[in-house]
Each structure stands twice: as structure tokens, then as C-alpha cells.
Design a protein around this ligand. Structure first.
Ligand SMILES: NC(=O)c1ccc[n+]([C@@H]2O[C@H](COP(=O)([O-])OP(=O)(O)OC[C@H]3O[C@@H](n4cnc5c(N)ncnc54)[C@H](OP(=O)(O)O)[C@@H]3O)[C@@H](O)[C@H]2O)c1
Length: 286
């Protein structure tokens, strides 16, 4: 890897992407960090913090909406023009809108497909020449949700299942060229991502109450998650389940559903039987 590797992180304005930028800068203080998302103010704030804490770090912030059809191409061409290419690409930006499929607005489905699935594939394709030339690393953020299909997150899960399939195919294609491809499958983490869940919780119960009371044993700390993901840049792995203790209930349910589909249907339908409340906000892009 180059002395001053270029590290591109999508979705760096919050949550995993932001924590990962800080953790990678701690480990690679001579890196050149390209931070991208839509909220430029947050990206600039993070870039300032990185440069103050690690004076040898270089930063570049690029605002882009990855749901736009030309978003990935514009981002890739600006990266190539300004820093020449990429050594580590983290496809992290994503949104999950909990919805029964029949209730989902078509534009919300399209947005999830665009940001979570189309954008990582297209961005990677546009940046592949430099990743191959630099024998780089691609880290794709999937989700533990793919262990078991749940009706409340059908469209979101489809995008993450697509990422998992493509990740494995790409890894096999690029092994001979020395490019490493890693899939991260996080379970629930308390980030902005959960605001979409909050928007579906019936009025009267706060997001924190529900998350703290119902899922404390399932949610991982974003800094712990970032540390594990950052480790992949040094020691790539095919698949990193985050963290195993939070993922096991999904896995157990998935195994039940695979071994005995009628039982799987019964359990999942029962678990998701309570209808989600109507969203309190029209859309938090997550
Ligand atoms: N948190 C969890 O429980 C969890 C579990 C499994 C997997 N994941 C995955 O982890 C990844 C990061 O999520 P997170 O938990 O860190 O949530 P987060 O804090 O909300 O971060 C999501 C990031 O994606 C960016 N993004 C959203 N829409 C975008 C768009 N149209 N164009 C460009 N960037 C966009 C957001 O930036 P802007 O809003 O500034 O554009 C933000 O930086 C996602 O792929 C998610 O699916 C999360």
C-alpha cells in the first residue's frame, strides 16, 4: 500500500462512516481521506477534526447524492481528477426504511435500491482501474438482516442480499489481481440509521425507551464496530459479522426458516404481526 493511501468512505457524515474515518485516521495518520455524503457541513466538521487530531492527515470532502443516477460517476471522476485514484474504498452509505412492501412509497423503494445497491456497484466499477493498479481493498457494508427475510424490511434486505452476492462474486473475480474484497454484516447499531425505526414507533414511546428496553442486548456501539471494520484494512477477511453476539438471534431465526420453512414463516409472521405505526416524518433518508 502507498505511503499516503487514498481512503474513500461513502456515508461519512454520520454513524459508522464517521466513526470509521476517525478510527482509520488513528491507524493511518498519513492517509488521504475522501469523505462523501450529502451533508457537506458535517463532512467539513469531520475533516477539520481529523486534521486537528492527526496533523499529517489530508482530507477532501465531496458532497454527492448517491441516489441520483449520475451520483457515482460524478463522485468517481472528481476523486480520480483530484487525488488520482483509491487504495481503500468503503461502500458504507445506506438507508433502511422499515415498511411493509404494500405500504412503501415507490420513490422510497427506488431510493433504497439506488443508494444501497446501484451506487456501490457503479462507484466500484468506475474506481476499479485504480483499485486494481494499487492492489487495493474494497469494504462493503451489508447487513445481518440478510440472515432472515422479514416483511418490515423487505426492500432494504433485498439491497443488502444483493450486496452480499455481488461482494462474493467480485472477491472471486479480483483475487488473482490482488484486490481484497470484504463484506461487513452489522447487526443493530445505535446510529442515525435507527431514526427510521424511531419514525415507526407509536407516539408516546420514545426511541430511546424502545431501543434501551427492547434491544439493549442487541445493539452494538458504533465505535466498537468502527474498530473492527478498520481492522479489515490491515487484515482483510471475507466476511465480518458484527458483532456475533448481536447477530445470533437473526442467524438462529434464519436457520429455523431454512430447515423448516413453515415454522420460519410462522415465527417471522408472529414477530412482525404488530403493524408498524405510520411514519411520523415523511422520510428521514436512512
Ligand atoms: N445502524 C444499524 O443498525 C445498521 C445495521 C446494519 C447495517 N447498517 C448499514 O450501515 C451503513 C451505515 O449506516 P449507519 O448506521 O452509519 O447510519 P447513518 O448514521 O444514518 O449513516 C448513513 C450515511 O449514509 C449517507 N447517505 C444516506 N443517503 C444518502 C444519499 N442519498 N447519498 C449519499 N449519502 C447518503 C448519510 O449521509 P447524508 O445524510 O449526509 O447524505 C450517512 O452519512 C448503511 O449501509 C446501513 O445499511 C446499519
Amino acid at each position: 500500500m502507498a505511503d499516503r493511501p487514498v481512503i474513500l468512505i461513502t456515508g461519512a457524515s454520520s454513524g459508522i462512516g464517521e466513526a470509521l474515518a476517525i478510527e482509520l485516521a488513528r491507524r493511518r495518520p498519513t492517509g488521504r481521506y475522501v469523505l462523501t455524503a450529502r451533508r457537506l457541513d458535517r463532512l467539513d466538521r469531520l475533516a477539520d477534526e481529523l486534521r486537528k487530531t492527526f496533523p499529517s492527515v489530508e482530507t477532501l470532502t465531496i458532497p454527492v447524492d448517491l441516489a441520483e443516477p449520475d451520483g457515482p460517476a460524478r463522485l468517481a471522476s472528481e476523486v480520480v481528477e483530484r487525488v488520482g485514484g483509491v487504495d481503500i474504498l468503503v461502500n458504507n452509505a445506506g438507508l433502511g426504511l422499515p415498511n411493509q412492501f404494500a405500504e412503501a412509497e415507490p420513490d422510497q423503494i427506488a431510493r433504497q435500491l439506488g443508494v444501497n445497491l446501484t451506487a456501490p456497484l457503479m462507484l466500484t466499477r468506475f474506481l476499479l482501474p485504480s483499485l486494481i493498479e494499487r492492489k487495493g481493498t474494497i469494504i462493503n457494508i451489508g447487513s445481518a438482516i440478510t440472515c432472515v427475510a422479514t416483511s418490515a424490511l423487505g426492500a432494504y434486505g433485498a439491497t443488502k442480499a444483493g450486496i452480499a452476492y455481488w461482494n462474493d462474486a467480485l472477491r472471486r473475480e479480483l483475487i488473482p489481481m490482488g484486490v481484497r474484497v470484504c463484506l461487513v454484516e452489522p447487526g443493530p447499531i445505535k446510529t442515525g440509521f435507527m431514526e427510521a425505526v424511531e419514525s415507526r414507533i407509536p407516539p408516546g414511546e420514545s426511541y430511546d425507551q424502545v431501543i434501551d428496553n427492547v434491544m439493549p442486548w442487541m445493539t452494538a456501539n458504533v465505535r466498537d464496530v468502527a474498530r473492527k471494520i478498520a481492522g479489515l484494512a490491515d487484515r482483510p477477511r471475507r466476511r465480518l459479522s458484527m458483532l456475533k453476539r448481536v447477530v445470533w438471534p437473526f442467524r438462529a431465526l434464519g436457520t429455523i426458516a431454512t430447515l423448516c420453512p413453515p415454522l420460519g414463516d410462522l415465527v417471522v409472521v408472529r414477530l412482525t404481526r404488530r403493524p408498524l405505526a405510520a411514519p411520523r416524518t415523511a422520510e428521514k433518508a436512512l
